[in-house]
Design a protein around this ligand. Structure first.
Ligand SMILES: *[C@@H]1O[C@H](CO)[C@@H](O)[C@H](O)[C@H]1NC(C)=O
Ligand SMILES: *[C@@H]1O[C@H](CO)[C@@H](O)[C@H](O)[C@H]1NC(C)=O
Length: 298
């Protein structure tokens, strides 16, 4: 008998896994734990019955202390996880309506923050956000300030949100990003508000080495030019960047850095093996970009 129980157990686990809610139900109702909620069957039929489909079963709903039937209404009392699921209502001719009842955990779910960056001030590039949690199985974000549509994750787990910020004028209103997450039982909503200028992180710049002058065994002058990231807004004189270079000294492998603000060209002196560059917005002191790839100096 034991093997049969094990088999049934495994089978149920399999079904639970298969039916994890990995999309947003088309229609859903929310209520907090221990509250009551009334679902209404949108139909013109008078005689209806209700069913609840949860992760691994379909239950016909009978009048009880927890579920009160009245005409086309079903009131769920003292909501807890076991009463969440897809509620369907049926007449003698078939399915009439459905709604997915979820436990709203917005106030209690463990804090996990939406994290966004933007490569530029310009609305030509979407804002890139990360948001995830082990407790939930589907996520979506929207730019509420600009009345944007819901956006789902791309294959590598990031969200790309359009916005209408004008890069040529002072940003007067914060962006407001709304996030919603669901799992088979539960729902949560969170908001994140910021100025675009505070999340700017330029893409990494590219470098070209212009001249190398050898002036003796250990003396070398390397002149290089840094190109702003292709997504950086133009004209570049209007959106100046500050740069930092990191370079390796040939004879002892020591790494040195140097920052500069004026222009895209810089000279480094000494015998060096390789170098790389990163940039940030000069006026607003944005986050630094990632470092460019190392470039060898011969
Ligand atoms: C709920 O049930 C209805 C009717 O069977 C179905 O169309 C809908 O996709 C179900 N929703 C979910 C999230 O399973
Ligand atoms: C936000 O995301 C960036 C890059 O994706 C990461 O480096 C940073 O640590 C994250 N910040 C937080 C607070 O999670």
């Amino acid at each position: 008998m034991a093997w049969l129980m094990t088999f049934i157990h495994l089978f149920c686990l399999f079904i639970v896994r298969m039916s994890a809610l990995n999309f947003f139900p088309e229609k859903f109702e929310l209520a907090e734990k221990h509250t009551s909620v009334t679902l209404t069957c949108r139909t013109d039929k008078d005689k209806i019955t209700w069913r609840r489909e949860d992760a691994n079963s379909i239950v016909s709903i009978l009048q009880s202390d927890f579920e009160i039937l009245s005409g086309r209404d079903l009131t769920v009392i003292d909501l807890q996880e076991d009463l969440t699921g897809n509620y369907t209502c049926w007449s003698d001719t078939g399915l009439e309506d459905y709604t997915y009842l979820l436990l709203d955990k917005s106030k209690e779910a463990t804090a996990f923050k939406i994290n966004c960056t933007a490569e530029t001030f310009s609305c030509t590039q979407n804002i890139k956000c990360a948001w995830t949690s082990d407790e939930f199985t589907a996520f979506r974000l929207r730019n509420t300030r600009d009345d944007g549509d819901w956006v789902s994750q791309s294959v590598d787990g990031e969200f790309f949100l359009p916005h209408s910020t004008n890069s040529y004028s002072e940003e007067s209103e914060r962006l407001l990003i709304t996030g919603e997450a669901v799992s088979t039982c539960c729902y949560m909503k969170t908001e994140y508000s910021f100025y675009l200028r505070d999340i700017v992180k330029p893409a990494d710049p590219s470098i070209s080495i212009c001249t190398i002058k050898n002036e003796g065994r250990d003396e070398q002058i390397v002149e290089l030019e840094v190109k702003p990231p292709s997504t950086w807004p133009q004209p570049h004189s209007f959106f100046p960047l500050k740069h930092e270079i990191e370079y390796e000294i040939r004879h002892n492998g020591e790494l040195k850095t140097k920052e500069w603000e004026e222009g895209s060209k810089v000279k480094v002196q000494g015998s060096i093996t390789k170098l790389r560059v990163r940039c940030r917005d000069l006026l607003l002191l944005s986050q630094w970009s990632e470092w460019s790839k190392w470039k060898n100096v011969n």
